[in-house]
Design a protein around this ligand. Structure first.
Ligand code: FPP
Length: 248
């Protein structure tokens, strides 16, 4: 299937799926077509991740800043996400995929929230890959919500301020229980994190690849995993904590 050794496969890969609009522009197509093609790339990425032995795949589907796009584009993106859950949930469930949603779930209007909750609920007991969909997600907003939650516990006398550790903050984030990403990939050549997993990506390997998201194929994904396998991760120490390529 591929030459990846299980010991070098990251447990958690997070992807900023960028470039749908430019992919469409380059072909003289409406931006909506780029997003539509992007959904096909999502399907292929989930399949590839599961086959390669990745345990968690996080996809940045809609940021808390994306609401500022033209109404028609927001509506296209909502429509695609809803259609994806309606059409693909049964298949993903059958493939033992567990779905988690991160992002602010309050104040969502329409039928998107019930669908997101249904996806989480239906697949809660699955034991295969966890597909984490970041929707209405912004890392600073996530951290601020966690801070408010912890502050409320302190105010109520249930928590000592001195007990607020990194672990406690991590447990108050939307990603509670999910290991930090080992690898963050961004497509389309842009080299920034754009408010994605700022806390969790503290020690992640970052990879910026030139392909637009709709062109992110199985081969592109496997090539990125092979490049990851060559990286040395030191987590702030002097010696590599893992020499991925040798597994030592
Ligand atoms: C970035 O391209 C992509 C997005 C803002 C949305 C990604 C959404 C999908 C692929 C579809 C729905 C998601 C799932 C999980 C089914 P861009 O529009 O910013 O592209 P540009 O930078 O070239 O304009």
């Amino acid at each position: 299937m591929n030459q990846l050794s299980p010991s070098t496969v990251p447990a958690h890969v997070a992807i900023i799926m960028d470039g749908n609009g430019r992919w469409a522009n380059a072909r003289g197509l409406p931006r909506a077509m780029g997003h539509r093609k992007g959904v096909e790339a999502v399907r292929e990425a989930v399949k590839t991740a599961a086959e390669c032995g990745i345990s968690y795949l996080t996809l940045f589907a809609f940021s808390s800043e994306n609401w500022s796009r033209p109404e028609s584009e927001v509506s296209d993106l909502m429509g695609l996400l809803k259609a994806f859950i309606r059409r693909d949930l049964a298949v993903l469930h059958k493939q033992n995929v567990r779905i988690r949603i991160i992002g602010d779930k309050t104040n969502l209007s329409g039928d998107i929230l019930p669908l997101l909750l249904e996806a989480e609920e239906t697949t809660r007991a699955n034991t295969g890959i966890t597909l984490v969909i970041a929707f209405n997600y912004g890392a600073r907003d996530e951290i601020a919500r966690a801070a408010r939650q912890l502050a409320a516990e302190v105010a109520a006398g249930r928590l000592e301020a001195s007990a607020i550790t990194s672990e406690r903050i991590g447990a108050a984030l939307d990603t509670a229980g999910i290991p930090d990403p080992d690898l963050v990939i961004r497509t389309s050549g842009e080299e920034r994190l754009s408010n994605f997993l700022l806390w969790q990506a503290a020690y992640a390997e970052l990879m910026f690849i030139p392909e637009f998201w709709p062109d992110f194929s199985r081969d592109t994904f496997v090539a990125a995993l092979s490049r990851y396998a060559m990286r040395e991760r030191r987590f702030g120490g002097l010696q590599p904590a893992t020499t991925l390529a040798t597994g030592s």
